[in-house]
Every structure is written in structure tokens, then in C-alpha cells.
Design a protein around this ligand. Structure first.
Ligand SMILES: Nc1ncnc2c1ncn2[C@@H]1O[C@H](COP(=O)(O)OP(=O)(O)OP(=O)(O)O)[C@@H](O)[C@H]1O
Ligand SMILES: [Mg+2]
Length: 509
């Protein structure tokens, strides 16, 4: 292994409004290595990356690029050196095409005219897409793409720069097994070309598989730097979060409430172009998992069920009565909870505080006085939520848009926990959530189910699906193609059904 250091960040300090989030942090990256940056939600990973790439200014510290001290004050500076970054908060612009996003600010021009050569740009983008076999078209408008596909666009943007250092902050958070494995192949190929990679992910198996070395941050300080042969998963978790979590712990696979009562029944649900003839039933207290690849139609089914989108045909029955989800408002009042996959776009309002965000969906249950909404009750409720799901910082007034990715997700989940729920739909609930908090969220889902709530879990994390669900339905190309029953399910079963490799028997759909 090449020992040449390509990037070194020394004694980096950074505070936000008086709170120090990076304290004398050190990070060095060797040429051609995959270096994982680890730490629990809010540890300071993204902040460090943003300082290195010039998106934030540091309070103090020095950065060296190939031995030379550098000042990086903008994305341009960073690209100029040969660094590219795939940010955790996707930076793609919805109104533009895939190709326009990839080459934003670097568009190929027609001769000397200075006009953008769209034909060439689309061709270049399509070549890139085809090379990596991503399910995209250069001319797709990004707005029409789901969050997983947007993440692929973000990745392509990073790859198109031919950088010497590529930083990936949670690149697989909304990718399913198949897309993620394409990314892993790309990472391997880049490593062989001596490209260095900084890799941030809360999916620990992939971190262990990919990384040559790892740096662990804890509360904004360096906690450890480990060479590949020094990586012991249990110790890594302990160093990260200060306690041991058994990642492989299974949940109880039998329903706590031994009733067979079907609460939710979906019949022939169809939204043309998205999904077709979807049928399933969920019993009281059941956690029903939905597996499948990006674009399989899972999110679309859930959005229709919740009343966020319209479907063309089919019927929904809840507790024996037909339910027509005409609006999300109606669904919430009826007892639905919904955690969307696109948390930034649909899950919370970045400019508002945790308090405001948790209150918004709960005004109907916060007691109101004649003139105003009781802010004391609002605050009480928010504090309970913060405690229940361990939101950090535990400050009701903190603006959610400025919190770490994982803590934002906790706000989105937390706001449902004070309600009397009948049905909770969670779409990628633990994307970007650290291993300790993940466990807590699984317990919360299990607790709700034990109380009789129906939990529908859409997840691209196979380990999570197998661990949490009582039963799993797999979707492919808008149809339910497989039902995997309790106890016997493996990750391989889901993957097989999702990608359609095995005998294509169609169940329940
Ligand atoms: N722009 C900002 N303004 C104020 N506080 C911020 C800002 N950005 C980050 N923080 C705070 O800095 C701390 C570190 O956040 P950071 O996003 O770096 O964590 P992280 O390690 O990337 O976590 P995650 O795994 O959840 O993404 C958090 O407490 C966060 O609230
Ligand atoms: Mg982060």
C-alpha cells in the first residue's frame, strides 16, 4: 500500500454559536486508500468534510494537499485541487436534467461561441451512466426521480470530475442492495486507479468491507485511527458510541398480540406507470416489510395509501370499512403516521426549530386556548419526543436544518410518537442513523407493534428488513412478486426476488 499522504487536516477547530463541534481534529488520507470516517450522529463528520471542501470556514487549523499547505474557500478551490465531494444533503437541482446536473458549471461549449453544447453534454452524461449501468437517462428531469435515483445523480456528479480524492458522505443511504453493489464495484476500480476515497456510512458491514483504514470521531474529537487489520467491529462500535450494540440481534418473530385480525387490506391498487394491482393485508400489531430495488414502486404505493398521491383504481379497507385517502390531513386525523424517504423535501421544515416541527403535525392533540396555541404544551411535548428518541442537541429551539443528518431523521420519526396511531408507514426510517440510534428506533417500532399499531417498513437495508419485519413483501417493477414469511427469511431471498433472478413466480400480485 502506498504510504504517500495526499490530504492532511491538522488541529481543525470549529464552533457553531459557541458550541464547539470539532476540537483539534486530525485526518490524513493516503493515496489510493478507502478511508472510512466514522462516528455517531452529530459527531462532526459532515462538518469536517465541509471544512475540507470549502463549504464551511474553519475557526483554526491547517490543511495540506500533497504536502503543501492550502486554503480552500470554495467548491472551485476544492475542485481545482482535484477533490470532489458527494454531500449527504443531495445538492442536485430538481428543475434540471441529469446531464445538466452532472456538468453544472463545467458544461461543454460549442467551439468559440461560448454556447452550451447540449448534444455533447447529453452524450457525455449518457456514456457515464452506461459505463456504470445506472438506471437513468441523461435527459431525465431530476424532479421526476425518486430519492435513490437522485443519489445516483449526485454520485455521477462526483465521478465525472476525475478527481484524485473523492469524498462520499452517506452515498448509500437511500440505495438498495443492487445499486449499492454497483457503487462498491466503482469504488474498487477507483482504488485500483490510485484514487483516494473518504467514505462515510452508518451501514457498518459496507464500511468494514470497503475500507483500508478508518478514523473515528467522538463528540468532535479524534477517538481512534485504525489500520484494516486492527478493525474489530465490536470495538469500533464501542469507540464510536460508548456502548456495545449487538448488530445481529434478531427481533422476536412472533406477533405479541396473537390475533389474526386484519386491520388493513389493500385490493388491486394501481397507479399507472408506478405500480399495478397491488394486494396485501396487514394484521394488528404486525410489522410488514417491503423490499425491492430503487424504482420498484414501494414509495409510490405508500404515498397513495397515505393520501399524498392519487391512485387510479383499487380499494383500501381499514377495520372492515372502505377508506378513501383523499388527503394527508384526513389520514393523519384517522390515525396514520408517515415518515417519508425524502426527509429534507417532505419530512421537516429546515428553517423551523425542533419544537415547531414536532408541533406542526400535532396541533390537533395539543390543547388549544381560545386565542393561541399553548406553547407550554407544545414545548412539553417536544421535550418528551427529544427524550424518547434521544435527539441531539436536546434543544427544542435548535433549527432542524442545522442539525446533523441523523438527528434530522429522528425529528421526522419523533413527531409521530405522541399520537394514537393505527398505522405507521416508515420509508427508509434509519437512512443515515448511527448504529446505536438504529437499535433504539427498532425498539420503538417493535413497541408500537406490540401495542397493536400496524407498522409498514420500506427499507433498502436488507439486514434491517430481516431483523424488524414479521413478514416481507418484495416488489419489482411495480408489482408484488414475492411474500417471505416469518422466521425463514434471509437477505439473499429478498435480493433474489427483488432483482428477479430466480424463477419468476408471482404471488399476491
Ligand atoms: N450549519 C450549522 N449550524 C449550526 N450547527 C451545526 C451546523 N452544522 C452542523 N452543526 C452541528 O454540528 C454538530 C456536528 O454535526 P455534523 O453534521 O458534522 O454531524 P455528523 O457526524 O455528520 O452526523 P450524522 O451522522 O448525523 O450525519 C451537530 O451538533 C450539529 O447540530
Ligand atoms: Mg453527517
Amino acid at each position: 500500500m502506498n504510504q504517500e499522504i495526499i490530504l492532511e487536516a491538522c488541529d481543525i477547530n470549529k464552533s457553531f454559536s459557541g458550541v464547539q463541534v470539532l476540537n483539534q481534529v486530525h485526518l490524513d488520507i493516503r493515496k489510493g486508500e478507502v478511508h472510512a470516517l466514522m462516528g455517531e450522529n452529530g459527531a462532526g463528520k459532515s462538518t469536517l468534510i465541509k471544512i475540507i471542501t470549502g463549504a464551511y470556514t474553519k475557526d483554526s487549523g491547517r490543511i495540506f494537499w500533497k504536502g503543501q499547505e492550502v486554503e480552500i474557500n470554495s467548491l472551485k478551490d476544492c475542485q481545482g485541487l482535484g477533490m470532489a465531494c458527494i454531500y449527504q444533503e443531495l445538492s442536485v437541482i430538481p428543475a434540471l436534467t441529469v446531464a445538466q446536473n452532472i456538468y453544472l458549471g463545467r458544461e461543454p461549449k460549442k467551439g468559440k461561441t461560448g454556447l452550451i453544447d447540449y448534444k455533447k453534454m447529453n452524450r457525455m452524461a449518457q456514456e457515464l451512466i452506461d459505463r456504470y449501468e445506472f438506471p437513468l437517462k441523461a435527459t431525465d428531469i431530476v424532479d421526476s426521480l425518486g430519492i435513490g435515483l437522485r443519489q445516483l445523480v449526485e454520485i455521477l456528479k462526483g465521478l465525472s470530475c476525475n478527481s484524485e480524492l473523492l469524498i462520499m458522505d452517506e452515498p448509500t443511504a437511500s440505495l438498495s442492495g443492487k445499486e449499492a453493489s454497483i457503487l462498491f464495484r466503482i469504488i474498487d476500480a477507483l482504488r485500483r486507479q490510485e484514487v483516494s476515497i473518504i467514505y462515510i456510512s452508518h451501514r457498518l458491514e459496507e464500511v468494514y468491507m470497503l475500507s483500508d483504514r478508518l478514523t473515528i470521531l467522538r463528540d468532535g474529537k479524534n477517538a481512534a485511527v485504525l489500520e484494516k487489520e486492527e478493525i474489530i467491529p465490536k470495538d469500533v462500535i464501542q469507540t464510536m458510541i460508548g456502548k456495545v450494540v449487538d448488530e445481529s440481534a434478531g427481533s422476536r418473530k412472533t406477533l405479541t398480540r396473537n390475533t389474526n385480525e386484519v386491520v388493513l387490506k389493500v385490493e388491486g391498487l394501481t397507479r399507472k406507470g408506478f405500480f399495478e394491482n397491488v394486494n396485501f393485508e396487514v394484521r394488528q400489531g404486525e410489522i410488514l416489510g417491503f423490499g425491492g430495488l430503487i424504482g420498484a414502486g414501494r414509495t409510490e404505493v405508500m404515498r397513495c395509501l397515505y393520501g399524498a398521491d392519487k391512485y387510479q383504481s383499487g380499494k383500501i379497507w381499514i377495520e372492515g370499512k372502505e377508506y378513501v385517502p383523499t388527503s394527508t390531513r384526513k389520514s393523519i386525523a384517522f390515525g396514520f403516521g408517515f415518515v417519508p424517504e425524502d426527509r429534507r423535501g417532505q419530512g421537516f421544515i429546515p428553517l423551523l426549530s425542533t419544537n415547531r416541527n414536532t408541533a406542526l403535525t400535532n396541533y390537533d392533540i395539543i390543547r388549544q386556548t381560545a386565542f393561541s396555541i399553548s406553547s407550554k404544551e407544545e414545548l412539553e411535548m417536544c421535550k418528551k419526543i427529544i427524550e424518547k428518541i434521544d435527539i441531539r442537541p436536546a434543544d427544542p429551539e435548535k433549527q432542524v436544518g442545522l442539525m446533523s443528518g441523523g438527528n434530522q431523521q429522528k425529528v421526522v420519526i419523533g413527531k409521530w410518537l405522541m399520537r394514537e396511531l393505527k398505522i405507521l408507514i416508515v420509508d427508509e426510517p434509519t437512512a443515515g442513523i448511527d448504529v446505536g440510534a438504529k437499535d433504539e428506533i427498532y425498539h420503538i417500532l417493535e413497541e408500537l407493534a406490540a401495542k397493536g399499531v400496524i407498522v409498514i417498513l420500506v427499507s433498502s437495508d436488507l439486514q434491517e428488513l430481516v431483523r424488524v419485519s414479521h413478514r416481507i413483501l418484495v416488489m419489482r417493477k411495480g408489482k408484488i412478486v414475492k411474500e417471505l414469511a416469518e422466521g425463514t427469511v434471509t437477505q439473499a431471498d429478498i435480493l433474489e426476488a427483488a432483482s428477479g433472478i430466480e424463477n419468476q413466480e408471482e404471488v399476491a400480485g
